[in-house]
Design a binder for this molecule. Structure first.
Ligand code: PGA
Length: 251
């Protein structure tokens, strides 16, 4: 089945790159990428503006890796959704590294998603199960309950703007990607959950797969019916590998 959803490849640079590496990477990607897929880069906070400048007038968009769960005020070190909306278009919320290393709960993620959407940022919501949950076969209910809690109370008009990234925790940064069948199976469950929320939502929202995506496995994963793109970590730090994944999205 063909869909009207445009493929989407997002590069999460995490806490990597110097300023000159960031500008170089963004420039190389924006010069070479074709227009078929939507491409967004997620540099560290201080590089958001220089990277946004480096890709001005190109098809490449820029986003932040995190956002505060408050609107403004005495929150030393935090960056609000409204601040981000002045410099970039996207934001990632609920990445498993935020959940695991910084103790973010579904309620925190829910709050961040809401504030980001209100500030008119496009949200990528990350969900995914740890290895122990997968091993006992509870991954589907775990992921759907994360989805439910992270999106709780958001109206369909906001939900329709959200991109969901299924990222099994055991596949992130490990070199062990989910099989394309596993990625498809979960993407399909997420789409069914979306359709139960609101009419047409399942056709509007994009669902990405993330976790050890490389040029070697991208084509097979991106070919799956319910997988609309990829959230790429390590392989987004080299222009050749990231561009190869972008090219795979166009096949
Ligand atoms: P990875 O990271 O591609 O290095 O596994 C993915 C992610 O953290 O989004």
């Amino acid at each position: 089945m063909t869909t009207s959803r445009r493929k989407f490849i997002a590069g999460n640079w995490k806490m990597n790159t110097t300023l000159s590496e960031a500008i170089g990477l963004a420039t190389e990607i924006s010069r070479s990428v074709s227009r078929d897929a939507e491409i967004a880069l997620f540099p560290p906070f201080p590089w958001l503006m220089p990277v946004a400048q480096a890709v001005t007038d190109t098809e490449v968009k820029v986003g932040a890796q995190n956002v505060a769960k408050a609107e403004s005020g005495a929150f030393t070190g935090e960056v609000s959704a409204r601040m981000l909306a002045d410099v970039c278009q996207y934001v990632i919320v609920g990445h498993s590294e935020r959940r695991q290393l910084f103790n973010e709960t579904d309620a925190d993620v829910n709050c961040k998603a809401q504030l980001a959407a209100e500030a008119e940022l496009s949200v990528i919501l990350c969900i995914g199960e740890p290895l122990a949950v997968r091993q006992v076969g509870d991954h589907e209910s775990y992921v759907l309950s994360q989805l439910e809690a992270s999106l709780h109370g958001l109206p369909p008009s906001i939900l329709a703007q959200i991109t969901i990234a299924y990222e099994p925790v055991w596949a992130i940064g490990t070199g062990v990607a989910a099989t394309s069948e596993d990625a498809q199976e979960m993407a399909s469950s997420i789409r069914v959950w979306l359709s139960s929320r609101s009419r047409d939502l399942d056709q509007q929202c994009r669902i990405l797969y993330g976790g050890s995506v490389t040029p070697a496995n991208a084509t097979e994963i991106l070919r799956q019916q319910d997988v609309d793109g990829a959230l790429v970590g390590s392989a987004s730090l080299q222009s050749e590998s990231f561009l190869a994944i972008c090219a795979a999205a166009e096949c």
